[in-house]
Design a protein around this ligand. Structure first.
Ligand code: NDP
Length: 391
């Protein structure tokens, strides 16, 4: 989609109060702010003070809280500003319908799926941070973006790295992609140590500063599992073409291996603003105040094979890809329920994978999803089963 020659680009940020959302607003500020961009919609959930402040600063047309009960406080916080306010699922769908050429999809979890899909169908370019959209809806989601006519711009740092080094006219020569993983806080922990970890230790990522859920998913390597499935759908790969390598420094964000033996990598400081800036400026590169790599100080880059016995999430991703059908949606939904139970102190760290695998096995005979309603039905069923196992 294009706006008039001199008109500012219209952006919406779904999940603006989160880690990715705040980084997106920072990138927008560095790239000219209101001189170059018009903010159509900002959405959040519970952090109303921050959402209202962002909306006022950015001059958003609409601010949406996904939580009905936070409508009143948001309305009060924006009184007199001229900014429209909406709430709940209908508010998110209104956000998706509002004119924006580029939408940052950074709501955490499956809650992000419906509004992102609606914006894609409307034809917006989708900067996709929410990996759950692809893991759950896979090909259906990619088809919706394609039919809508917008671009699908990967924001997850690994997929953004692949997007940067994947030569469009050499797709036939892609042999494999290699997703790098930091290994998280338990890279060297024993199974016994991992059995007793708490939310506080699990959320302490060694390199990246991220939201709570993705930080814990990184510690269990469920984040990497979701990324494997995400890569499959984004780049049209077979499960065998997707490798994972542990790279503790998080300097190489991912690599593409070609049939001539060449491997192209994207390197940079662990700062999500690089990926967000690339998704916003594509195909150009923006000028951003990101820390520059100093190779002399870095001195070395380490690599090691992931240990799938301590991190079964990786095996479950392969299982989901091999089984196909709706197994990605099942894995994602069961994992989300297990993760919430871990955060609430009702499930141990290692049991998250056990619950997920059990639900995947229980639902392994389901047919592929023909529509998004099928995806939502599977998501619901998997959640109920996971909750039943935990309670
Ligand atoms: P955060 O937890 O920091 O932020 C989540 C955002 O979603 C917030 O705006 C939050 O609102 C909102 N939200 C929470 N629950 C709901 C709901 N039920 N309905 C609608 N909105 C809701 O997450 P991150 O920014 O870390 O991650 C966002 C997405 O990007 C995730 O899918 C994650 O996997 C992905 N991602 C994140 C990376 C990172 O570096 N952080 C890297 C790569 C991908 P509020 O805060 O107001 O409650």
């Amino acid at each position: 989609m294009t706006t008039g020659r001199n008109a500012p680009r219209r952006l919406s940020i779904f999940g603006s109060t989160g880690s990715i959302g705040q980084n997106t607003l920072d990138v927008v500020k560095h790239l000219g702010g209101r001189d170059n961009f018009e903010i159509s919609v900002l959405t959040g959930n519970e952090n109303i003070e921050l959402l209202a402040g962002q909306a006022r600063t950015a001059g958003a047309k609409l601010a949406v809280t996904a939580s009905e009960s936070h409508y009143g406080p948001l309305k009060s916080a924006l009184a007199g500003s001229g900014i429209s306010v909406a709430a709940g699922q209908s508010g998110l769908m209104e956000a998706a319908d509002r004119d924006a050429d580029w939408v940052m999809a950074a709501i955490v979890g499956t809650a992000g799926l419906a509004p992102t899909l609606a914006a894609a169908r409307r034809g917006a370019d989708i900067a996709l941070a929410n990996k759950e959209c692809l893991v759950s809806a896979g090909g259906l989601f990619v088809d919706s973006v394609r039919r809508g006519g917008g671009k699908l711009l990967p924001v997850d740092s690994e997929h953004n790295a692949i997007f940067q080094v994947l030569e469009e006219n050499q797709r036939h020569a892609v042999e494999r992609v290699i997703l790098t993983a930091s290994g998280g806080p338990f890279r060297n922990a024993t199974v016994e140590e991992m059995a007793g970890v708490t939310v506080e230790t699990a959320r302490a990522h060694p390199n990246w500063s991220m939201g709570l859920k993705i930080s814990i998913d990184s510690a269990s390597m469920f984040n990497k599992a979701l990324e494997m499935i995400e890569a499959r759908h984004l780049f049209g790969l077979s499960p065998e073409q997707i490798e994972v390598i542990v790279h503790p420094q998080s300097v190489i964000h991912s690599m593409v291996g070609y049939t001539d033996g060449s491997v192209l990598a994207q390197l940079g400081a662990p700062d999500m603003r690089t990926a967000i800036g690339y998704a916003l400026s594509h195909p150009l590169r923006p000028n951003l105040p990101i820390e520059r790599l100093d190779f002399a100080k870095l001195a070395r880059l380490d690599f090691e094979a992931p240990d799938e016995s301590r991190f079964p999430a990786l095996r479950l991703a392969r299982l989901a890809m091999t089984r196909g059908g709706v197994q990605g949606a099942v894995l994602n939904a069961a994992k989300e329920v297990a993760l919430e139970a871990f955060i609430a102190g009702r499930l141990s760290f290692l049991s998250m994978a056990e619950v997920t695998e059990t639900v995947m096995d229980q639902l392994s005979g389901l047919p592929p999803a023909a529509t998004m309603d099928d995806v939502f039905a599977v998501d619901k069923e998997a959640r109920q089963r996971a909750a039943g196992l935990i309670n």
